[in-house]
Each structure stands twice: as C-alpha cells, then as structure tokens.
Design a binder for this molecule. Structure first.
Ligand code: NAP
Length: 348
C-alpha cells in the first residue's frame, strides 16, 4: 500500500543477504518506503520474487515481490539509496549515484576509508556526518556503515575509550555464516569445522575503529592512536558474530565501574528516539555463559551489542565477550539507523 507521506527509498543489491534484510526491516518502516529494488543484470527485468532466493524467516512482503528489479543505474526516482552491493562493484556504482545527487548509505567496504566519507555508528560518531558537507558529489553524498564485526566491538569500546582511554585491544572473532553472503561458505567446508581465515577481515577490524573513534578535524577525521590486533574465524552459526576482546586502558578502572558505564551508555539515536535505535545500545549480562548468538542476537530489534564475561586479564587489563547481529546491527539495520539519524539531524 502506497503511503505518500513516507520517503521513497531504493535498495541496490536488493537480492543479496543484506538486501533481503533491508527489505524485511524497511517493509513497515514509519519514515521510509521501499519504492525501488536493483541488482545485477542477472536479476534486472524480473519481478523481485522471481529474481530472489528469499532466505529470511519473515515472509517476503507482497508489494516488494511485485516490484521489477532494476539495473544499478543512477536513474532511480528515490533520492535515498541503501546499498548492499557486492564490494566488487559497489565502489563505482555508489559513486555514480552520489554524483547524480543521491544520498547513498552503504554497507560495502569500498568508500569506508575515504577521507571525506563518514564511517558512521550513530551512537558513537554522529558528528562525523559533517564530512558530507565537503564531499564533492553535486549535492549527493556517501555515508558508510562499518564492517559487521567492527560494529559490535566499537559499541563496547566507546564508553571505555571515553571514560578510561584505550591503549591496546586484542580481539578474536567467531563470525556467522551469513556474513559471507548467500550461498556463502560451502556446507562441506563448515559443518564439523571452524575456518581460521576470513579474507580481508582482520585489517578492517584493526583499522576501522581508529576512524570511528577518531576526532572530526574540519575536513577529515584524526584517527585515534590505539593498537588493535584481530584474528577472525568463521564458525557454523547462521547469524551473530561473537568476539572475545581484551583491552588495555590508560586509566585504572574497576569491573563495577565498567559495567555501570556500559549499562548507562546512551547516545543520539536514543535521544532522538529513532525508529531503528535500540533502547539500550549495550546490554551487560551477569550470567557467566552469556551472551550467545542463538539466544541474544535478536535482542532489542537485533540492534544492541550484548556483552558479558567481563573479568581481569593477566596480559591486558580486562577481557570480555561481545555479540552483535551481523546482518542487522552489522549491516542493514545499522545503515537504516544512519539514514534515520541523517533525517533527524536535517542532513536529508
Ligand atoms: P550477497 O548476498 O552476495 O549479495 C550481493 C548483491 O550484489 C546481490 O544483490 C547481487 O545481485 C548484487 N550484485 C552482484 N554483482 C553485481 C553487479 N555486477 N551489478 C549490480 N549488482 C550486483 O552479499 P551480501 O552478504 O548481501 O553483502 C553485500 C555487501 O555488504 C558486501 O559488500 C558485504 O561485504 C557487505 N556486508 C555484508 C554483511 C553480512 O553480514 N552479510 C555485513 C556487513 C557488510 P544478483 O542477485 O542479481 O547477483
């Protein structure tokens, strides 16, 4: 059902894992309305329901199933474009859209580290949105969402960094299969197995937090100086990345202080009461065996970071476990939250 008071949006890469999540999250969105879907030339020209291999448990919204899949050409009528494009093609396509005046919010890695592109986690660096004012895209812009394992970790790190200063971080991830797209990793590779390598993942986890936690300095972000070491593993979980994190702090902290600042953490998305914002960005669990992917990944709309097992560490100061939903908070949900923040703050 068309609702003219909503803002029409287009989805690039609409048939993929992240694209499907965009559709399920935007189908009943109070501000945005799915008007257009686009994907590769393999899908273009078909109806969405013919083109897609729908793998989500929520049903494919009927009105989206009837939309004709378009090519990813910058001639869509929606001004706001969400991108879940394969990174092999995302860079140039997103740029072409921005140059034609579209607001592109992307999950792909291609533009994340561009000097004038915000790498946005709305609870952490909403002020970095100012960068879009200096982008040279004829009134359009590109805003990016971090890597799916970066997001959960930085949400937990932000209050530590603000209150105690971070000196060093070590992280070992156990990442879900949906992070590899669909069909992703072959079943014979992952059943009864763990794969101790995810191409390109460790450098992202070691570099993206430095920009996200960085300081806006006129036309660029001054990265923070934190040493980060990451090891990434693929495990046989469908959704939800679990990460074991060790931190070295600049100032002394107690376990109770850290848990208290995590539990109190709240930021602009909560202040603006954005539709996709979690009530609490961070949930701390006292139970020793939590958080767990199957149990906690959908907590608070799948948008929260679940944290647990905070304890002192023999090598660093503290260690803990963090879990976040990789296609929700870590991709489509995170990108929608970015667009909501842009609207609430008057950027779009
Ligand atoms: P995916 O399932 O492989 O989907 C890729 C999408 O890109 C499909 O819609 C595909 O369309 C489209 N595409 C491929 N080649 C194209 C071309 N030449 N022109 C236009 N469209 C093309 O991948 P995904 O997991 O959704 O990931 C999408 C992006 O988000 C990637 O950059 C990924 O790194 C990033 N990301 C993923 C996650 C996650 O948890 N999965 C998290 C964060 C970020 P067809 O169906 O027509 O081929």
């Amino acid at each position: 059902m068309e609702n003219s008071s909503k803002i029409p949006v287009g989805i690039l890469g609409a048939t993929g894992s992240v694209g499907q999540k965009f559709i399920s999250l935007l189908a009943n969105h109070p501000w945005f309305e799915i008007a257009e879907v686009a994907a590769s030339e393999r899908s273009a020209g078909k109806t969405y329901k013919q083109a897609v291999n729908w793998v989500l448990s929520s049903p494919l919204p009927e009105f989206v199933g009837e939309l004709t899949v378009q090519e990813c050409e910058p001639n869509l009528k929606s001004k706001i474009i969400f991108s879940g494009l394969d990174s092999g093609v995302a860079g140039l396509i997103e740029e072409a859209f921005a140059k034609k005046g579209y607001f592109v919010v992307s999950n792909s890695k291609n533009h994340r580290m561009d000097k004038d592109v915000p790498l946005l986690v709305p609870e952490i660096n909403a002020d970095h949105l100012e960068l879009i004012k200096i982008q040279n895209y004829n009134g359009g812009c590109i805003v990016t969402n971090p890597n799916c394992s970066t997001i959960g970790m930085v949400l937990a790190l932000k209050p530590l960094h603000d209150n105690f200063g971070l000196e060093a971080v070590n992280v070992v991830t156990m990442q879900a299969l949906s992070g590899a797209g669909y069909p992703g990793v072959a079943s014979l590779d992952i059943i009864d197995n763990v794969i101790p390598f995810i191409s390109g993942e460790e450098p992202k986890l070691e570099s993206e937090p430095l920009k996200i936690l960085g300081i806006l300095d006129k036309d660029h972000i001054q990265n923070v100086d934190i040493k980060i070491s990451a090891q990434c593993n693929r495990v046989a979980v469908v959704d939800g990345h679990l990460e074991c994190v060790q931190v070295k702090l600049k100032k002394k902290a107690t376990k109770e202080e850290i848990i208290s600042i995590w539990r109190k953490f709240s930021a602009e998305p909560q202040k603006y009461n954005l539709p996709t914002a979690p009530l609490n960005p961070i949930y701390y669990f006292d139970e020793e065996k939590y958080p767990q992917p199957r149990i906690h990944r959908d907590l608070d709309k799948g948008m929260a970071a679940s944290v647990g097992r905070l304890r002192e560490d023999n090598l660093f100061d503290f260690k803990f476990v963090v879990l976040s939903h990789n296609t929700n908070r870590g991709a489509a949900g995170g990108a929608i939250l970015c667009a909501e923040l842009m609207k609430a703050k008057g950027y779009i």
